[in-house]
Design a protein around this ligand. Sequence first.
Ligand code: HEC
Ligand code: HEC
Length: 486
Amino acid sequence: MSSNIIAVTCVLLLLAGCQDEAVTSTIHKPDNSTDKVLRSERDAMLNTLIQQHGLTGDVLQGRILPAIESPLAQLGMQLFFSKALSGNRNVACASCHHPLLGGGDSLSLSIGVDAADPNVLGHKRLLQGKLRPSVPRNAPTTFNIGLWRQFMFHDGRIAQLEVGITTPDVAYLQPDPLAGGNLVHAQARFPVTSNHEMRGELFDAGGTSQSCRERLAERLGAYGVSGEARLPAAETDYWLDAFRQAYQQPHAPATELITEQTIAAALGEYQRSQVFVNNPWKHYVQGDVAAISEPAKRGALLFFREREAGGYACASCHKGDFFTDEQFRNVLMPQIGPGKGSNTVTAVQQDYGRWLVTQHPDDKFRFRTPSLLNVAMTGPWGHNGAYTSLEAMVRHMLNPFQAALHYDSGQLKQPNIPTEQVAVNLREMLSGNADMAGQAYQEEDVQYLVDFLHTLTDPCVTSADCLQRWIPSGGNSPESVLQARF
Ligand code: HEC
Ligand code: HEC
């Protein structure tokens, strides 16, 4: 290409980038309909980026996920909301992953077995006394959980292998024979074994993760367990009936039907039914130019454009229709809370992230790139909830180094979160391999990006009415159902 052509192209690009007023042009809708639509220049530029990034708006891409009405998802819903799956019958999965809280808990750091009032959820959920949080990470949303192809958890410690799934119960990269048929089933077997999340200190004390799961199944099935661990007969009758219906085995005995595997499978199907992908951005990608606002379109341009083209290249990690490349990166997230650990005695309240799984030096401080679908509803943000506004989170992603250096722990709404080590830990993170440098950014771009991120919210997740199908109605629920108050 001659230098002349390059110069002309650049001028055109510059003009396009500066264009504020809508210039109209006509292009075909992707659905091949013959009617032409008028689009602004901005829409045309976005359309090009959408093609370049291979976006279709159809994140499911033929994947079959269960309907919430399916018998197994219905059983899973009752289990997900049941406190009977925790050692002291005081925590349910829904205590930390409630549909009305964006599939999370609205806390920076989750509160499990030590809650002051087990039925209180959301901002008002507190630890007993002056306890400091013991769960080191933020609860990710369970919404769209069935769309992950490779990893569960912030550090990916459950992973899809070519054959099978690896979990913390086996050596990394070895298949776990008990992992079940998909990542979500595999994951559902772990929260019940965590002392801080659900198990408590006393249930099946001295037992293994597997024996803990089996004791819980025995409790639900009223076989094996004795004493305080037992459930009232009315409840165990309920479960036997519910499992028989869901698995369509009307005469099977509890010993065969209510096992740690059938429990995890049902929990998995319920969560996999939480598909919330019907957002304005999808409609925009599929041709409805009026689906999102002009400021959001500006944000989209900034999100998808490369740096050289005046954007922030967010999509280099938040890729595709699911907005994640499922890779691990060190983006210098301020390390608040107790931390999950490190290999040094000097580093406290630290979290080595992916390194804890692989022990690979490059993986220190790396965490899985989150999906951004429904991100406006899933705060606080970051693997430890360090940011309590989407705006602050976006500022961090624009310039991680500056944001981390000036991190304001005053934004935390939850009491007693340790933050003493943030500066020390940042120094350690910087000595490693930060995967993102700081970059200068335009002040007004922050709000454009936030506006764009809001277009990724499926209206259903903002509507209690719409979400009602994913919440047990009460009437036909067992006694142990979580009586949530917000
Ligand atoms: C005390 C709060 C708490 C409870 C109770 C709890 N979770 Fe979680 N959950 C978390 C936290 C925190 C994480 C992130 C842990 C990590 O990545 O290291 C998580 C991670 C997950 C993930 C992985 C999400 C992802 O994007 O990879 C799923 C799925 C999940 N939990 C489902 C469940 C199920 C099913 C139950 C009940 C059996 C449950 N959780 C109980 C707090 C909780
Ligand atoms: C180098 C890869 C990379 C790039 C580029 C990137 N991100 Fe991220 N993003 C991540 C990772 C990794 C996390 C999670 C970090 C953690 O929790 O420690 C994250 C977290 C987020 C979150 C919080 C999500 C949640 O659920 O907690 C938002 C919002 C976000 N990024 C938006 C953006 C925006 C906007 C841009 C562009 C300005 C961007 N990101 C650029 C990798 C990236």
